[in-house]
Design a protein. Sequence first.
Length: 248
Amino acid sequence: MQPFIVVRNYREDDELKCQELVRDYIMSFSNKSFFVFCFREITFQFIVITWAVFFIFLGVPLLFCALTVPGCIFFLFTSTYFSFYAKAVELMRTKPSQSLVAECYEPFIFRCSPKEASYQIFIENCPYDETYKNKFRRRIVAAISVKNHHAVYNAAWIYRFAIAQDYPHQKIMEPMIKILAKNCVSGGYASLEATISEWQESERDFYDDFGFVTRQIYHKKIVGSSLSVMKTQLTYSLRNDEALHKQN
């Protein structure tokens, strides 16, 4: 039996699964962020300053001051982890307005990796009856929502986006973004906005291929003003009817 994915509108009973998906998606970037932060200049400065304070002002022997290194690394790890966790909790608690989910149907005994499997994509309804669909296990592998952008006039903002690891990002995201674009055009919006971090390479490649352009690049604070993450705001014009028809 070939696995398939159904892109459909969000339902209330999807909320718990979407929350888990959002949490896992956001937290998947925490370890990568931690390793990058470890080799930034501010981290070495923090270790040196902490070492100096313990040795000069507190009189701690130089050998024991070496313990400040793992202590600083642990502090950096916990700060990074809880910063991402706080963001995940914030998005989990946010109730979506216009939202889509991608529900994956896979055989109960499925030994193939999602990256290697070939998925059929159906929009809203699949051609199979309920008896046949009961032979598959169901899992929500992607979710995306849009709402009014608070800073850009007449623009819709993509938020609460999440996709499961190992699944084909571009193949799943393309029909979801197309449906969102159509809904936003019907709603009278002029553009579709998205914000991604420096860790989201796959998402950035997809947005570039789809036709999004960079509006601005900025840094968002993670721990004070010392640690920050580079963010990119992307925009897609919905009034370019010719480009929208090409995507269809």
